[in-house]
Design a binder for this molecule. Structure first.
Ligand SMILES: [Mg+2]
Length: 394
């Protein structure tokens, strides 16, 4: 495949948006709902609104923000479910953890969509398109949900792209294609053109984005104010806004729920080692060192225990974290024969690389571990998803 990333010489931005997120999580957790019109949010008896509707429900004309009372008229056989925000937040965390494997520049727009600036990720992970496809595949393979992905040179176009072929879309808008594509779109698709502005535009004979460009700019400013200048920029596909990660990581963690409870110590340790290696890799890609390693274990009866260990020296080394996590598993939680249903590792008390304690006596073992880690990071970058699939098969 010729690298289309050569087509994004300046910036490569992904917008990733989960399809019918709440409804899809409900179907994931209860496969008997598959293929049925599922609505999450208010119940028909109450006065709530639909927060999310499966695509089967949308076929009846139901959409989010519609009153549940109206939705039940349109779709009398629909299945109305109360939302489970805790569960959605949990899945959202898993989705964002995948994003953060590829770039620290993740800007969440809501619980189920984000912008990712992958301009700098290409050196390690291949073209921007490859990064987008890998993330989409991993969300499906590891979580079981479908996302739509848009790739473009800026935020405005990336968001537009992710919406064009929803659901299950993957849409690239190349810089050279943007202008012609925009010209054909209804004017209401421009950011900042709401229902009121849209009507005004229609009165002015502006129905398509392209129509905007035919009007002399002075006239537009006269009619619509200075805002019109911004709209003209968008209309030709210009958008300079940066992807701004809003939350600074306070901790970095990964956990996994097993398909079936596991009691074999070796098996648990294998899984723990994989999780820990992943956490260490994420620490390094974000430039953090961790002071504290926390192990989380959930038993089949859902009781959950966490145990922490503070490292003598803050570290991002796979070996340091692994030793700490293994120690916690065997010493504090390793009651033999007890099965677990979930295991997780979190690195917290993070310090920026370079802000930690100065290394007074460089340790040769540590140097060797660091080199190994950095080689593994490169290998993972190139072959990550493949290695993971292989690892799971055993
Ligand atoms: Mg969504």
């Amino acid at each position: 495949m010729t690298t289309r990333s050569a087509m994004f010489p300046d910036r490569a931005i992904l917008h990733i948006d989960m399809d019918a997120f709440y409804a899809s999580v409900e179907v994931l957790d209860d496969p008997s709902l598959k293929g049925k019109p599922v609505m999450v949010g208010g119940t028909p008896e109450g006065r709530g609104v639909v927060a999310a509707a499966s695509y089967e429900a949308r076929a009846y004309g139901v959409h989010s923000a519609m009153s549940a009372a109206r939705a039940v008229k349109l779709c009398p056989d629909g299945i109305f479910l109360r939302g489970r925000m805790d569960r959605y937040a949990e899945i959202s965390g898993q989705v964002f953890a995948i994003f953060e494997d590829y770039t620290p520049l993740v800007e969440p727009l809501s619980i189920d969509e984000a912008f990712l600036d992958v301009t700098g990720s290409r050196r390690l992970f291949g073209s921007a398109e490859q990064v987008g496809r890998t993330i989409k595949e991993r969300i499906l393979a590891e979580i079981g949900l479908v996302a739509s992905v848009g790739l473009a040179a800026n935020k405005f176009l990336a968001k537009l792209a992710s919406d064009l072929e929803k659901p299950d879309g993957f849409t690239v808008i190349l810089p050279g294609e943007a202008r012609a594509l925009l010209a054909r779109l209804p004017i209401g698709k421009l950011w900042g053109v709401g229902k009121v502005a849209e009507k005004q535009m229609h009165r002015f004979g502006i129905r398509k984005v392209g129509d905007l460009l035919a009007v002399p700019p002075e006239l537009l400013v006269e009619q619509f104010g200075d805002h019109a200048i911004h709209l003209l920029e968008l209309a030709v596909g210009h958008d300079e806004r940066a992807v701004v990660p809003v939350h600074k990581a306070k901790s970095i963690g990964n956990e996994t729920t097993f398909r079936e409870d596991i009691h074999q110590a070796e098996h648990l340790q294998d899984i723990l080692d994989q999780l820990t290696a992943k956490v260490a890799r994420r620490l390094r890609s974000h430039g953090f060192l961790a002071r504290t390693v926390t192990l989380k274990a959930r038993y089949p009866d859902f009781t959950t225990h966490t145990r922490s260990e503070t490292l003598i020296t803050p570290s991002d080394s796979g070996v340091d974290l692994r030793d700490a996590a293994r120690g916690l598993l065997t010493r504090k939680l390793g009651r033999r024969g007890r099965s677990l249903r979930l295991i997780g590792v979190t690195a917290s008390n993070l310090v920026r690389q370079g802000e930690g304690q100065a290394q007074l006596f460089p340790d040769p073992d540590r140097e060797r571990d660091r080199k190994l880690d950095s080689i593994m990071d490169k290998v993972h970058g190139k072959f990550g998803p493949m290695l993971k699939r292989g690892a799971r098969r055993k």
